[in-house]
Structures are given as structure tokens and as C-alpha cells.
Ligand binder design. Structure first.
Ligand code: S3P
Length: 425
């Protein structure tokens, strides 16, 4: 897909579609609850539809209408064996969280996903689930999907995770719902806490203290009404565009600003961004605001340590902003980027170098010297939705044409992305 040359300004407003992480969890926890969970603002993207398809295969009736999703939950012990191998598509959240749920079922399930999922590390969930007493095997013996998950008698454990990963944490907590005792997960830094918040609202006995989450099994879960806030990871593209395209003023409505997700706002503020939070409110236990973003002269910064998990999916587009900032931006402690839908460090460096940026790859991040103009070039999304959207934003400030290979992969998290961008031009 080709993107035309430099944009003079972005103006207008848009409403951000539902949060991907929260949408997945609303289906999963709804399926494990007694009664019918009603979800509004559900993200109708390929990843979330993979989660719906998996739970339908596990015997859950789900009605997906344009405005609402109804999940007819059957309680913690109501899932039934799937007669096909579960297909998690491109979704790491589906694969890892559903594995925790399947750990507690009295039947064997096989699951897999697309080529990208089959390369992503699953040892990080295989190890703790095995420690809990589960029989889980990587069928190709390479630590990746396809996985076979058999019955085990689950024991509560205290797991110290090497990575700050909400997918790992959530997988273990969900298995903990079925364990014979208390399960705790301690992570090096706090990752997104949507599972803890939402499980609590469904009636689970979950506690959080610093970077440790605890689940005490025994409670039934009960259906809820969930209103999914907009995804700050999707808003990130328009926040960045509003800052780096000159003469811009953009109102970005319905943005979830949970403090475990709002690192991009803190980093951009430190870089000198003009972002105003309006209409701050709580929606279904999550903080939400509208963001007024105006063009800003950004200054370089260093991004490292505990803030990394709070902006992990936004780093590709933050790298674009860093190219337009004055000075040298350093991103470190972000080795997790290498095991996302693509190797996001390698791919950002490859594509930004093609566009004329001065960028160096490091072991756990990148160093970007800002202030060098970007030029249109052929870039490759590597079928990674966040890479495609990041380079659509880069094209707005690049001279010449930017040609993105498989730009259509944005359907994984944001099917309407190009229409929404068009609306601001
Ligand atoms: C997610 C957690 C993050 C994030 C992913 C969604 C979730 O992954 O990158 O897009 O919904 O829990 P990790 O937990 O592996 O860091």
C-alpha cells in the first residue's frame, strides 16, 4: 500500500476502538462465569475474533452483534472439549491466557496459531504450568505452539517471572483459579493489570501488592456488564501523528489511561509534548480520558526500566517520534520487543534506516539520533500490525512515497485504522 508525501496538518477528532487486552479478557472471563456477560465497545479485530472462535469451540455460546457481545458463560467447570485443534491466529494473548484456562479442564486440548505464533516463546508459560503440575508439551519440541495441554492436578505456586509480561502473569493466575491452594506471581516490574481488575469484578479473590499478584481459588465467577474503553495502544498512532505533523490539533476520544498502560503519555510529556487530558472518568473499573494533542517540538529522552512494560506496544511509534525530536533518544531494557509479532527492534531499525533515519540497534533497544529528515521508501511490515501503523505515521512526515508491504495486517488490532487516519487529513 502506498502513502503519499508530507502532510501539512492533521485536524479533527476520532473515537478510539476498544482495548484489545480488555476485549480478550471479557470473552474469557465471561465464558468462565455463571450467567450472561454483556460487552459493549468490544474490539472487532482479527485477534479478538480468534478468542471468540476458540471459546465457541469449547462449547460457549457467544452472540456477536454490531454493538454488543453476549457471552453465555457456563461457570468455571462448564467448558467442553473442542473437536478441532484450537486456532489462536496471530494472538499471543489468546494463546497464553487460554493455556492457563485449559490447564484447569478435565480434558486434553491442542492449540496452535499462524506462522508468527508458532515462533513465539511459550516456554515462559510451559515452565510455570508444569511447576503447577500440568502436563503441557510443545508438539514440535521447540518451546513454541502447537501445544498439547492435558489434565494435571494443579498446585498453587509462587512464581517469580523473569519477564514483566501480563500474558505470563494472567496465564498463571487463570490456572490458579483451578489450583489446590494460593497462587502468586511476582514480576520484575508491574505489567498491565487488566486481568487482576476484571477477575476481581467477576468475583475472583485476587489481590495485588507491588509487583505480586495473588489468587485464592474457590470463588465462582459471575457474569458482568463490561464497557471496554478505547485502546491507548491504538490511540498511540494518532497521538504521535498529532505531535509530529506541524499545525495539527487532534481530539482523540475514549482512551484508556490505566497507569499500567499510560507510559507513552509520561514519555511524551517528558519530551515536551502538548497533550491535555479532558473529561477524565472511570468506566468499568478502568480510567478513561479524551486527549487533545497539538503539534510540539519534541526533545530526546531515555526510556528504560519500570516504564517499559507500560508502553511496550507503543515503542515502534515512539521510535518514529524520536526521529523527529531534537537530540538522541535511548530505548533500553526492551528486549521483549524481539519476541512480539515480529522482532520489533530489528524491523524498526531496518525500515527507519531505509527512510534515512540515524538509528542503531542495541541488544535490548535502540538509539535514535533525531533531527534527520525522513524520506519515503519501501518498508516491510513483516505482517506486524504495529509496524504497519507506525510506518503509516512515519509517511506523514516523510518526503516522497512510502510503500508498506502488507499494510493490510492492521486488521489484527485496528481494522478501521486507515479510514480513521484519512478522516484527519
Ligand atoms: C498483552 C500483554 C503484552 C502486550 C500484548 C497484549 C495482554 O504482552 O505486548 O500486546 O493482553 O496481556 P506481554 O504480556 O507478553 O508483554
Amino acid at each position: 500500500m502506498k502513502f503519499a508525501t508530507i502532510t501539512s496538518s492533521l485536524k479533527g477528532e476520532l473515537t478510539i476502538p476498544g482495548d484489545k487486552s480488555i476485549s480478550h479478557r471479557s470473552i474469557m472471563f465471561g465464558a468462565l462465569s455463571k450467567g450472561t456477560t454483556k460487552i459493549t465497545g468490544f474490539l472487532q479485530s482479527a485477534d479478538c475474533l480468534s478468542t471468540i472462535a476458540c471459546f465457541k469451540n469449547l462449547g460457549i455460546s457467544i452472540e456477536n452483534t454490531t454493538n454488543e457481545v453476549f457471552v453465555h458463560g457456563k461457570g468455571l467447570h462448564g467448558l467442553t472439549p473442542s473437536d478441532t485443534i484450537l486456532d489462536c491466529g496471530n494472538s499471543g494473548t489468546t494463546t497464553r491466557l487460554i493455556s492457563g484456562i485449559l490447564a484447569g479442564q478435565p480434558f486434553t486440548t491442542n492449540l496452535t496459531g499462524d506462522a508468527s505464533i508458532q515462533k513465539r516463546p511459550m516456554k515462559r508459560i510451559i515452565d510455570p504450568l508444569t511447576e503447577m503440575g500440568l502436563k503441557i508439551i510443545s508438539l514440535k519440541d521447540n518451546g513454541c505452539a502447537p501445544l498439547e495441554i492435558s489434565r494435571g492436578n494443579l498446585h498453587g505456586i509462587h512464581y517469580y517471572s523473569k519477564v514483566a509480561s501480563a500474558q505470563v502473569k494472567s496465564c498463571i493466575l487463570l490456572a490458579g483459579l483451578y489450583a489446590d491452594g494460593i497462587t502468586k506471581v511476582t514480576e520484575p516490574y508491574l505489567s498491565r493489570n487488566h486481568s487482576e481488575l476484571m477477575l476481581k469484578s467477576f468475583g475472583a479473590n485476587v489481590k495485588s501488592e507491588n509487583t505480586t499478584a495473588t489468587i485464592i481459588p474457590g470463588n465462582e465467577l459471575f457474569a458482568q456488564e463490561i464497557c471496554v474503553p478505547g485502546d491507548i495502544s491504538s490511540a498511540a498512532y494518532f497521538i504521535t501523528a498529532g505531535l509530529i505533523v506541524p499545525n495539527s490539533e487532534v481530539l482523540i476520544k475514549n482512551v484508556g489511561i490505566n497507569p499500567t498502560r499510560d507510559g507513552i503519555l509520561r514519555v511524551y510529556k517528558a519530551m515536551g509534548a502538548d497533550i491535555t487530558l479532558l473529561n477524565e472518568r472511570t468506566q468499568g473499573g478502568e480510567l478513561v480520558a479524551d486527549l487533545l494533542v497539538r503539534s510540539s517540538n519534541l526533545k530526546a529522552t531515555t526510556i528504560e526500566g519500570r516504564i517499559i512494560p507500560t508502553l511496550i506496544d507503543e515503542i515502534p511509534v515512539i521510535a518514529i517520534a524520536a526521529c523527529m525530536a531534537e537530540g538522541t533518544t535511548i530505548i533500553k531494557d526492551a528486549a521483549e520487543l524481539k519476541v512480539k509479532e515480529s522482532n520489533r527492534i530489528g524491523v524498526m531499525v531496518e525500515n527507519l534506516t531505509a527512510m534515512g533515519a540515524t538509528i542503531t540497534e542495541t541488544e535490548d533497544g535502540m538509539i535514535i539520533e533525531g533531527g534527520h529528515p525522513l524520506h519515503g521508501a519501501a518498508v516491510n511490515s513483516h505482517d506486524d500490525h504495529r509496524i504497519a501503523m507506525s510506518f503509516a505515521i512515519a509517511s506523514l512526515v516523510a518526503d516522497g512515497t512510502t510503500d508498506i508491504v502488507n499494510a493490510e495486517c492492521v486488521g489484527i488490532s485496528y481494522p478501521e485504522f486507515y479510514n480513521d487516519l484519512e478522516g484527519l487529513l
